[in-house]
Design a protein around this ligand. Structure first.
Ligand code: C5P
Length: 355
């Protein structure tokens, strides 16, 4: 029986970039937040004498070979488990292919979850005669390590909900969830290269004289502020299953985002450093942010930003009506958009496997 897995998008609620590290990557402080919007990844697997992987997709832009993150993840996992298998992966693309939403990284984790279900990894009694195989006990930590090898924003999808991202973005810490917030994604047809955006950031830092020490201090200060703002958000007596705060469709929010983020004045300095290098090159993206914000209107956003290095942008809204008004403003400007909500951790895991 194939296993079908939801593969959710993420946004960045703020993204601060430090100086380049000796390994060429950049230190980051970010808060990732998963969204309801998702692709579907279907996995069929059975143990075999040798490993073979076949990957298909409904979208011709998705690579169907070892360049695909889902392929890499499955290959590395089978190798670590010393468990050869015949695996078929199908990726049904529903998310926009535009960058910034972590879609490819989420596909990698969804493929892993599908593989684990198909092969019964969690319940498997893996013997370790030569100490070669990873024991089931060690697997949760090992899979995080494998995810980080596949990409900096893959491990976040092994946590879900609101997540503090440090290091090069691969060091992930679950944050107390914020209750679902209406979110509009704008997906302009512009491609932004992440490595190039990082290089542009370096050039900007060199021009502005940002030292490695100053940037480390800034990142520390920001991660403390983020953690404290979110820590204060644990709802009293609702830390259990109820904290997913699942809303019925059409229900409005009483400003939970504000209580989490605005209370500490955090929204004034939640920003995405990539905007400083991406907006000057693509002024239309700055204009889309302005449309998402709708400042001065009754339907104004709580927050709007580029996600990752873009080109996707998002706006967060107090009510469904406010979010729909943003979609209409974008449509009038000829920009594609999708309405969704932020997805808390309990719901992320609770609904990951399709029946
Ligand atoms: O880890 P990932 O494959 O997503 O990174 C893609 C590229 O983005 C890296 O090769 C690097 O150029 C850049 N990057 C970076 N600093 C990070 C994450 C990515 O410079 N923290």
């Amino acid at each position: 029986m194939p296993t079908a897995v939801r593969s959710h998008a993420k946004i960045n609620l703020g993204l601060y970039i430090g100086a380049p590290r000796p390994d060429g990557f950049h230190a980051l402080t970010t808060v990732y937040q998963t969204l309801e919007l998702h692709d579907i990844v279907t996995v069929t697997a059975r143990a075999s004498s040798g490993t073979s992987i076949r990957l298909t997709s409904n979208d011709a832009r998705v690579p169907t070979d070892a360049r695909n993150t889902a392929w890499k993840m499955v290959e590395l996992a089978l190798e670590a488990l010393n468990l050869p298998a015949e695996v078929e992966i199908h990726i049904e693309k529903r998310l926009p292919v535009q960058g910034g939403l972590g879609a490819g990284s989420a596909n990698a984790v969804a493929a892993l979850v599908g593989l684990e279900t198909e092969l019964g990894i969690a319940s498997r009694q893996i013997s370790e005669p030569e100490g070669q195989r990873v024991s089931v006990r060690d697997w949760p930590a090992r899979r995080l390590e494998i995810a980080a090898r596949v990409g900096s924003d893959v491990p976040l999808f092994l946590i879900g909900g609101a997540i503090l991202g440090l290091g090069r973005g691969q060091e992930v810490y679950p944050l107390p969830d914020i209750e679902p917030v209406w979110c509009v994604l704008a997906t302009p047809e512009i491609g932004v290269s992440t490595p190039q955006a990082f290089r542009d950031w370096d050039a900007l830092c060199a021009a502005e004289g940002l030292t490695a020490e100053a940037s480390v201090d800034k990142l520390r200060e920001l991660s403390r502020a983020y953690a404290s703002a979110f820590a204060g958000e644990i709802p009293k007596g609702r830390q259990g299953a109820g904290s997913s705060g699942v809303l019925s469709n059409g229900e409005n929010l009483a400003g939970p985002l504000e209580s989490a983020l605005v209370r500490t004045g955090i929204s004034s300095w939640i920003q995405n450093d990539f905007e400083r290098v991406v907006f000057p090159q693509h002024p239309s993206l700055a204009e889309i942010k302005r449309i998402l914000l709708g400042s001065g209107t009754p339907e104004a956003a709580c927050h709007a930003s580029l996600s990752g290095s873009g080109s996707a942008l998002f706006g967060l809204y107090r009510t469904r009506g406010d979010a729909e008004a943003a979609c209409q403003r974008l449509e009038a400007a000829g920009v594609r958009s999708q309405l969704t909500r932020t997805l808390p951790r309990t719901k992320y895991w609770g609904e990951m496997l399709l029946p």
